[in-house]
Design a protein around this ligand. Structure first.
Ligand SMILES: NC(=[NH2+])NCCC[C@H](N)C(=O)O
Ligand SMILES: [Mn+2]
Ligand SMILES: [Mn+2]
Length: 301
């Protein structure tokens, strides 16, 4: 892992409809992110937060598509993509803090330019594989992985001027337990590797991560970690907008991050969906900082 890290906050809450997730970056900073990473020997440059336009939601929902806040989400992701692109060009590791998961569209637009064969680990209760046609909600945070695969509204898939950002065989989803019918169908059609909670229960996190790392190592030249805090069990990460019971435990998540750290395959990362308004005493942001530390090489001894 590069020792020079740039933090980018993305106070985005327009990819879904619960307010407060725009304060995720602040909550994570407040939980001591920079100090923890500096303590591990990293040189941190915090770029602060991207500016997200305010929208009059009613106006944008009335638009012809059923995608909520399409234009503002697209603009923000365009900006984020440029920023992430610059960070990687300056040989620094981009660490993006959300904000809702729609921001993965921009992060991947910026990251993927730099790799022939980018791998993605999507650590999430959800697949985020909906399109305008299959989405039950119209929320773009439930579409960001599909968009990055080149599926969905062209105003989103073409961000950064190219599509797709990632190939289906280079994606591994970990922690899925709430998939919509259209998402299940798509997974089968295009062949994405998914470790649902069932496989995590059966194989154990050690095997899941060992297999994931081996799988991505042999086929990719960089791996982006997109970690949605709702991948964790709501008892361990209550501050999320779309909690799903029966999730990955805090300890399993640490193990996953520790194994990724040892493998040295991660080249960019984002931690999304922390919503301090729904949280209990900043528990979710504190968990995010702990997991980021493990990913960056912190150990218990
Ligand atoms: N990033 C997330 N938390 N996504 C939740 C998506 C929920 C649901 N599948 C939808 O598309 O609306
Ligand atoms: Mn999710
Ligand atoms: Mn998600």
């Amino acid at each position: 892992m590069r020792k020079e890290v740039t933090i980018i906050g993305v106070p985005m809450d327009l990819g879904q409809t619960r307010r407060g997730v725009d304060m995720g970056p602040s909550a994570i900073r407040y939980a001591g992110l920079t100090d923890r990473l500096e303590g591990l020997g990293y040189s941190i440059q915090d770029e602060g937060d991207l500016t997200i336009e305010l929208v009059n939601k009613e106006v944008e929902i009335e638009a012809t598509t059923n995608l909520k806040n399409l234009k503002t989400v697209a603009d923000a992701n365009d900006k984020l993509g440029q920023k992430v692109d610059q960070v990687i060009s300056s040989k620094r590791f981009p660490l993006v803090l959300g904000g809702d998961h729609s921001i993965a569209i921009g992060t991947l637009a910026g990251v993927s330019k730099h790799y022939e064969n980018l791998g993605v680990i999507w650590y999430d209760a959800h697949g985020d594989l909906n399109t305008g046609e299959t989405s039950p909600s119209g929320n773009i945070h439930g579409m960001s992985l599909a968009v990055s695969l080149g599926l969905g509204h062209p105003e989103l898939t073409n961000i950064g001027g190219y599509a797709p950002k990632v190939k289906p065989e280079n994606v591994v989803i970990i922690g899925a337990r709430d998939l919509d019918p259209g998402e299940k169908q798509l997974i089968k059609e295009i062949g994405i590797k998914v470790y649902t909670m069932h496989e995590i229960d059966r194989l154990g996190m050690t095997t899941v991560m060992a297999e994931t790392i081996e799988y991505l190592k042999e086929r990719t030249d960089g791996v982006h970690l997109s970690l949605d805090l709702d991948g964790l069990d709501p008892n361990d990460a209550p501050g999320v907008g779309t909690p799903v019971a029966g999730g990955i435990s805090y300890r399993e998540s640490h193990l996953a991050m520790e194994m990724l750290s040892e493998s040295n395959i991660i080249t960019s990362a984002e931690f999304v969906e922390t919503n301090p308004v729904l949280d209990k005493y900043n528990k979710t942001a504190i968990a995010a900082v702990a997991l980021i530390s493990s990913l960056f090489g912190d150990t218990l001894l």
